[in-house]
Write a protein that binds this ligand. Structure first.
Ligand SMILES: NC(=O)c1ccc[n+]([C@@H]2O[C@H](COP(=O)([O-])OP(=O)(O)OC[C@H]3O[C@@H](n4cnc5c(N)ncnc54)[C@H](OP(=O)(O)O)[C@@H]3O)[C@@H](O)[C@H]2O)c1
Length: 236
């Protein structure tokens, strides 16, 4: 398969890229930093890009994907978590920064992708349980993931030859969890305590442990209606 993955320098994106490379697939990765392990695979191509530099992304995209005739899978994984705090204390500027990468970078990339006029079989956007949970403190992140789910739903009706899914991957022990689990205990944000308790247990696997499960969920998600939001923890 030809697979495009965003956010391949660390965490879930890096582990998914490695998983698919080990299975012999061709992987195209985008992130600002390079991952030295992935660089060792001949079937890995990396494009160093800040996905929020929208016009630059559009310009570079065509040459980056010129070796492929079609894309079997696109995983929109790049994203950020901003500071856990109340929405009332979160500035519009901070929300815009999160929206730029978690939402608009994905719209920009999808639009650039279809301009290439190459067939795309499946698009899986990495969403989050935060898209629907409304947990106190998850301010801009929750808003961005809810918007991402809607983008996926809308595009599924425009690009009907592609199967779209927004997938919540469950808890995975990455940089994001490192930040949350180092926060002080507080009754204000109950979800922080739940995540701290999950860390180090099988409820929060490492990215390498989670990658085959996520890859399998992406494959199984084709059974759901295109444009759906699916939480890996609730899949049959
Ligand atoms: N970990 C969890 O428990 C969990 C749960 C639910 C959902 N998720 C979602 O999973 C996805 C991956 O997160 P993670 O946990 O693996 O965190 P991570 O280790 O921080 O990875 C984030 C990735 O996004 C890339 N990225 C961020 N900003 C970028 C930009 N402007 N341009 C290009 N790439 C950018 C980063 O690469 P560079 O910094 O090199 O650019 C990095 O490769 C995110 O969408 C996150 O919301 C994670």
């Amino acid at each position: 398969m030809n697979i495009l993955i965003t956010g391949t320098s660390t965490g879930i994106g890096a582990a998914l890229a490695q998983h698919y490379l080990q299975l012999g697939h061709q992987v195209f990765g985008i992130s600002r930093k390079k991952n030295i392990t992935l660089a060792e695979y001949g079937a890995y191509s990396h494009q160093k890009l800040d996905l929020t530099r929208f016009s630059r992304v559009r310009k570079r995209f065509s040459s980056f994907l010129s070796p492929v005739e079609k894309l079997d899978l696109v995983i929109l994984n790049a994203g950020i978590l901003n500071e856990i705090k109340d929405l009332k204390d979160t500035s519009i500027e901070e929300i815009e920064e999160v929206m730029d990468i978690n939402v608009w970078a994905n719209k920009n990339l999808i639009d650039a992708l279809y301009k290439l006029k190459k067939p795309v079989t499946q698009v899986a956007a990495i969403s989050s349980g935060a898209a629907v949970s409304g947990s106190r403190g998850w301010n801009a992140y929750s808003i961005s993931k809810a918007a991402l789910n809607m983008i996926v739903s809308l595009y599924s009706k425009e690009h009907t030859n592609t199967h779209f899914i927004a997938l919540a991957p469950g808890l995975i022990d990455t940089n994001m969890q490192e930040y949350i689990c180092n926060l002080p205990d507080s009754d204000k944000y109950p979800a922080v305590r739940i995540l701290k308790e999950a860390r180090g247990t099988d409820k929060m696997p490492t990215p390498i442990e989670a990658a085959p499960l996520i890859a399998n969920a992406i494959e199984q998600s084709k059974a759901y209606e295109s444009g759906s939001f699916v939480d890996i923890r609730k899949m049959e």
